[in-house]
Design a binder for this molecule. Structure first.
Ligand SMILES: Cc1ncc(COP(=O)(O)O)c(C=O)c1O
Length: 363
C-alpha cells in the first residue's frame, strides 16, 4: 500500500519539480511490477523486448508532440543539460570557427564558458547590462557562424524568449531545459534542442536531445565515442546502458501530455496560470516583479518585496500553508514560483490568494 500525505501541498520547485500525479502512481507500480511481468522496471535489461517498446514509444511521442520531420533525430542521453553545454560545441564547432551565443543569464553563461573550450565564441546579444532582467531584442549573428545558441527560458533570471530568432541565418541551437513542451513553437526549425528532463518532462537522469542529422559529421576533431551524437543515433540511444527508469518516467509524462491534447492544450493552461500570477503580482503594491514585462517567463516567475524585511514573514507563511519551493534562487533572492506543465491552476490560485491576503494585511 502506498502512503501519501493527507494534506494539500503546492509544489513550486524549480527542478526537479512537480510531475502529474498519475505519472508518479504508474511509475511506482512499475517499480514493483512492470507491465504485469512480475519484474521491476529496475531489473530488466535495456535491450530486451520488455524495454525496447518504452524507448521506441518515448522517441515517437517526442516526434509527434513536437511535429518533427524525418531529418530530426530524438536521443535520450545521460549527463543532464550541463553535459550538453560541452557536447554541442564538441560536435558542431571547429577550433577555427565561430559560434554565436546569446548571453541571458546563469545558464547561457555556463553554455558560453564550455563553448570557449572548443572554438571562438561571439556574443550575438546580451542582457548583462540589465542584470539579466530582459531578453536581447536586436541580435547580431555572424553569417559564417557554426550556429546560434539561445537559452529559451532562463530558470534563475525568470526570463523567456517570446520571439524566437528562427530566421537567424545559421543553425539554431537551444537549451530548452525549463520550457520544453510548454508552448507551441516551431520545434522543427531548430537544428538542435537539448533539455534536462527534470522539469516539464520527467525524472532527473535523462536528457532529451533533438538534432537535425544534416548538421552532424562536419567537425574535424576526434570525438570520444560516447560524446558523438552520430553514434547515439546509430545505436538508438542504446550505445551504453540508458537511464531506463528515467526514460520510463519521460514516457509516462509524454503520454499524459498527449492525452491532455498536446502542446497547444498545455500552452492554453500555462497561459492561464501565468496570467493569473502576473496580474496578481502587478495589482499588489507589496510585491514587485523584477523582470521586464514583455520578457517574463511563463514557467518561472521571479519577484521580490518592496520592503525586503517582510520577505521572511511571507516565506514562513508559505511554509505553513504547504507552499513548497517559493524561495528565490540564492543568486537573485526574493521569490520564485515555478509553474511547469504539471502544476495546476488551483496551485497558482492558492499562492495568489495567499499573496492577496498578505498584501491586505501589510499594504
Ligand atoms: C535552463 C537550464 N539549463 C541547464 C540546466 C542544467 O541542467 P542539469 O542539472 O540537468 O545539468 C538547468 C538546470 O536547472 C537549467 O534550468
Amino acid at each position: 500500500m502506498l502512503e501519501t500525505v493527507s494534506f494539500t501541498l503546492h509544489n513550486f520547485n524549480a527542478g526537479p519539480s512537480i510531475l502529474p500525479k498519475e505519472v508518479f502512481e504508474e511509475a511506482s507500480r512499475a517499480i514493483l511490477n512492470f507491465n504485469n511481468t512480475g519484474l521491476s522496471i529496475l531489473e530488466i535489461g535495456h535491450r530486451t523486448p520488455l524495454f525496447q517498446p518504452v524507448m521506441d514509444e518515448a522517441r515517437n511521442l517526442v516526434k509527434e508532440l513536437m511535429s518533427l520531420d524525418e531529418n530530426h533525430e530524438v536521443l535520450f542521453l545521460h549527463g543532464g543539460a550541463t553535459t550538453q553545454f560541452m557536447q554541442v560545441p564538441m560536435n558542431l564547432l571547429n577550433e577555427n570557427e565561430i559560434a554565436t551565443y546569446t548571453e541571458t543569464g546563469t545558464w547561457a553563461n555556463k553554455a558560453i564558458k564550455e563553448a570557449k573550450l572548443f572554438g571562438h565564441v561571439e556574443i550575438a546579444g546580451s542582457s548583462k547590462e540589465t542584470n539579466y532582467t530582459t531578453i536581447p531584442k536586436n541580435i547580431n549573428v555572424t553569417p559564417t557562424a557554426a550556429y546560434l545558441h539561445i537559452t529559451t527560458n532562463e530558470t534563475i533570471a525568470g526570463t523567456q524568449w517570446h520571439t524566437i530568432p528562427y530566421d537567424c541565418g545559421v543553425p539554431l541551437v537551444a537549451d530548452m531545459s525549463s520550457d520544453i513542451l510548454s508552448r507551441s513553437i516551431q520545434f522543427n526549425k531548430f537544428d538542435l534542442i537539448y533539455a534536462g528532463a527534470q522539469k516539464n518532462m520527467g525524472a532527473a537522469g535523462v536528457n532529451l536531445v533533438v538534432v537535425n542529422k544534416n548538421i552532424l559529421g562536419k567537425v574535424t576533431r576526434k570525438i570520444p565515442t560516447i560524446l558523438d551524437y552520430q553514434n547515439h543515433i546509430k545505436e538508438g540511444s542504446m550505445l551504453n546502458t540508458p537511464p531506463v527508469f528515467a526514460i520510463y518516467v519521460v514516457l509516462l509524462t509524454l503520454r499524459w501530455l498527449k492525452k491532455l491534447g498536446g502542446v497547444k492544450a498545455i500552452e492554453k493552461i500555462n497561459d492561464e496560470k501565468s496570467k493569473l500570477f502576473y496580474d496578481t503580482l502587478d495589482a499588489l503594491p507589496v510585491f514587485k516583479g523584477i523582470v521586464a514585462k514583455e520578457d517574463r517567463s511563463k514557467m518561472n516567475a521571479v519577484f521580490v518585496m518592496e520592503n525586503p524585511e517582510l520577505e521572511k514573514e511571507f516565506l514562513d507563511l508559505c511554509k505553513n500553508e504547504g507552499m513548497i519551493g517559493v524561495k528565490g534562487h540564492r543568486s537573485v533572492g526574493g521569490f520564485r514560483i515555478s509553474m511547469y506543465n504539471a502544476l495546476s491552476l488551483e496551485s497558482v490560485k492558492a499562492i495568489t490568494d495567499l499573496m492577496l491576503d498578505f498584501s491586505n494585511k501589510k499594504g
